[in-house]
Design a protein around this ligand. Structure first.
Ligand SMILES: [Zn+2]
Length: 262
């Protein structure tokens, strides 16, 4: 990913993606109007930040796509593998799913994050986009695979055509895990090298969520995958991190939209 800036608003984009035919961004915590511990670009009303501040931040962030809080599709995240196909008729609603898909130009998808893994999918052939949220639970339940299967079933996508992006999330450097996470990772992925790092009995293992979701995508037939290389817990200057900030923090946003008339 590389950092871009429009006005005073910084955001990150996947370098290998065709940006003319697709609008996408991962916002940081910078460029907003909020105060600690939500400074400054918190986009979530599910944390105890001032609501008017959050709406002001949403106008700034979604304004990048020419949208506001009522003209984007939000997701009510439930740590599952449910995938919803949406249109602009769903604007302003909170669709209960951890994966959103659309092929409608002008339909803007958004989700909020603080350590969980942002999953971006783009089918440049069928012109379909997908945005997903995978914490450890969504990773084990293979949310990325469920998104790919739904793209194939609904839009006739071919997995080999898809571009995938894995956004900033908590890295293996910072994501110490315990039971029942460890046994469920083993159940889902077997004993894959590098997935759980650290010697048992000494230090508790660390889970590599990026690698796990690369495996999910590869098993679904996707081989064009760009990763961000950014750890939210190491970079609390750039991102909100639930783990590093012990829950007292905001949520940064991700957005995606096929532009109208291109
Ligand atoms: Zn880290």
């Amino acid at each position: 990913m590389h950092e871009k800036q429009t006005g005073s608003l910084p955001y990150w984009q996947f370098e290998s993606w065709p940006n003319g035919r697709l609008h996408h961004a991962v916002f940081t915590r910078q460029g907003g109007v909020g105060y600690p511990p939500f400074a400054t670009l918190n986009l979530s009303v599910s944390v105890p930040d001032d609501k008017e501040t959050v709406y002001a931040n949403r106008r700034l962030a979604y304004g990048l796509l020419g949208r506001d809080t009522h003209t984007v599709v939000h997701a009510h995240l439930v740590h599952g593998n449910g995938v919803a196909v949406v249109t602009q008729a769903d604007n302003g609603t909170w669709t209960q799913a951890d994966g959103l898909l659309t092929n409608e130009p002008g339909c803007a998808l958004t989700m909020n994050f603080a350590d969980c893994v942002p999953i971006f999918l783009f089918d440049p052939v069928q012109q379909v986009i997908g945005l997903g949220h995978a914490g450890w639970q969504g990773t084990i339940k293979d949310l990325p695979g469920a998104m790919v299967q739904q793209m194939i079933a609904t839009f006739g996508s071919r997995s080999g055509d898809l571009l995938a992006g894995i956004g900033p999330c908590i890295g293996v450097c910072c994501y110490e895990v315990d039971e029942p996470v460890i046994s469920q990772v083993r159940e889902r992925f077997g004993r894959v090298e590098g997935l759980l790092v650290g010697q048992e009995g000494k230090a508790r293992p660390h889970l590599d969520l990026v690698r796990a979701n690369q495996l999910n995508l590869e098993q679904a037939g996707v081989d064009h995958i760009e990763t961000s290389g950014l750890c939210t817990a190491c970079r609390t200057d750039l991102f909100f991190s639930h783990r590093a900030e012990k829950g007292h923090t905001g949520r940064f946003g991700a957005v995606m939209m096929i532009p109208i008339g291109e």
